[in-house]
Design a protein around this ligand. Structure first.
Ligand SMILES: NC(=O)c1ccc[n+]([C@@H]2O[C@H](COP(=O)([O-])OP(=O)(O)OC[C@H]3O[C@@H](n4cnc5c(N)ncnc54)[C@H](O)[C@@H]3O)[C@@H](O)[C@H]2O)c1
Length: 260
């Protein structure tokens, strides 16, 4: 799994690193030779850190609620004090409210509180953490920011509420501007747009088992299956590496070929 051309000795921060795609990204970046800070609201982050951490290559857990600007300010100040910023930032944490039956989430059913929470976690935290991380990165003249959006930010998907889709489209647009501002300083910023990936977030139980729903969905995917978290982590790893040095502002679709 370790790439010989990946720089080692870098420090990465991964939000939402206690579960799913974030967890796979933590494992992959660590295997690539990077120290990793997990930023998550879940205490599971401590277990992940304890399992992976080695004296040479630490994995540290920071508990924070990314819907809170105060919590983000606290955790970033801690990281600055302890580590002096990070070299790689993966803004992965996200929430995706769904209807209990897994069906269409109409705009008329979205409350203002739901709208604000989805924007705060999926978009505003990405903005605040990128704004923080780019300071140290641009000073050092090297950095990688990878933001996790969604296929829902690229096209109409009835199962995704408009709040989720709009937040993910905003992440894609924000990342282009981030790439513009960071580019002159040797810092890249890219988006990964996952299709359906088997994680707790995509577990739409409702009608029948989530496995059945995944199997049903897989019929519409050219590769005839849903994705795995490690397949997302591979894209994150590449965009965090030296190998992607001339790629910035791009969106990497990791979706098994489903674009409709
Ligand atoms: N799984 C999919 O099919 C899929 C598809 C498209 C996009 N995505 C995106 O991928 C990313 C990861 O999704 P996943 O499927 O791995 O989800 P997941 O639910 O398995 O993991 C999300 C992680 O984010 C953390 N988190 C959520 N809200 C938080 C908050 N307020 N503060 C701190 N941490 C918080 C959770 O504790 C959890 O560890 C999300 O941004 C999601 O929108 C997932």
């Amino acid at each position: 799994m370790t790439s010989t051309s990946t720089p080692t000795g870098k420090l990465a921060a991964v939000t939402g690193g206690a579960s799913g795609i974030g967890l796979a990204s933590v494992e992959r970046l660590h295997a690539d030779g990077h120290g990793v800070i997990i930023i998550d609201r879940s205490m599971d982050a401590h277990e992940v850190a304890a399992r992976l951490s080695t004296p040479e290559l630490p994995v540290v857990a920071k508990i924070a609620d990314l819907s809170s600007a105060e919590d983000i300010a606290r955790v970033t100040a801690e990281i600055d004090e302890e580590f002096g910023g990070v070299d790689i930032l993966v803004n992965n944490a996200g929430i995706h409210p769904k209807k209990p039956d897994g069906g269409h989430f109409p705009i008329e059913d979205i409350t203002l509180d739901q709208w604000n929470l989805v924007m705060d976690v999926n978009m505003t935290a990405t903005f605040l953490l990128s704004q923080w991380a780019m300071k140290a990165m641009t000073q050092k003249g090297w950095g990688r920011i990878v933001n996790v959006a969604s296929r829902a930010g690229r096209m109409y998907m009835p199962i995704s509420g408009a709040h989720y889709a709009a937040s993910k489209a905003a992440v894609i647009s924000f990342t282009r501007y981030l790439a513009g501002d960071c580019g002159p300083f040797g810092v890249t910023a890219n988006t990964v747009a996952p299709g359906r990936i088997k994680t707790p977030l995509s577990d739409v139980s409702g009608l029948g088992s989530s496995q059945n729903l995944h199997e049903e969905f897989a019929k519409s995917v050219p590769l005839r299956r849903v994705g795995r978290s490690d397949e997302l982590a591979a894209a994150v790893s590449f965009l965090a590496s030296e190998d992607s040095s001339f790629i910035t502002g791009s969106v990497v679709d990791v979706n098994g070929g489903i674009f409709g």
